[in-house]
Design a protein around this ligand. Structure first.
Ligand SMILES: [Zn+2]
Length: 105
């Protein structure tokens, strides 16, 4: 894992013209997270899916107490990973990629 949390979040804004969810399409606007006081740029497709950046959703889950506490609050969470939209089950499968980094701060 490289880069600090702030580097990662800063990276989202340096690419603000690109969707911070799928990292491919041009962003069409800035949207508020359903889970915390942060915003992200998203394209029309990702906004339509209600998808939020994977790293950001995992961070919200961490702040809420981790995967064990996530089932109810994040039941309808949607993100994007490996070229497709994913739900909570796949988000939690990706969570360990980030959780060590969250614990550093
Ligand atoms: Zn997108």
């Amino acid at each position: 894992m490289t880069g600090s949390l702030l580097d990662r979040l800063g990276g989202l804004w340096r690419r603000k013209t690109i969707c911070s969810v799928c990292l491919k399409a041009p962003a069409s606007g800035v949207y508020s997270s359903r889970y915390g006081p942060v915003s992200h740029a998203a394209c029309d497709a990702c906004a339509g899916q209600g998808a939020e950046p994977l790293y950001m959703v995992c961070f919200h889950i961490h702040r809420a107490g981790g995967p064990g506490a996530a089932q109810e609050r994040f039941a309808n969470a949607t993100s994007f990973h490996d070229g497709r939209y994913i739900g909570l089950k796949q988000i939690l499968e990706a969570y360990p990629q980030f959780s060590d980094e969250f614990d550093e701060g």
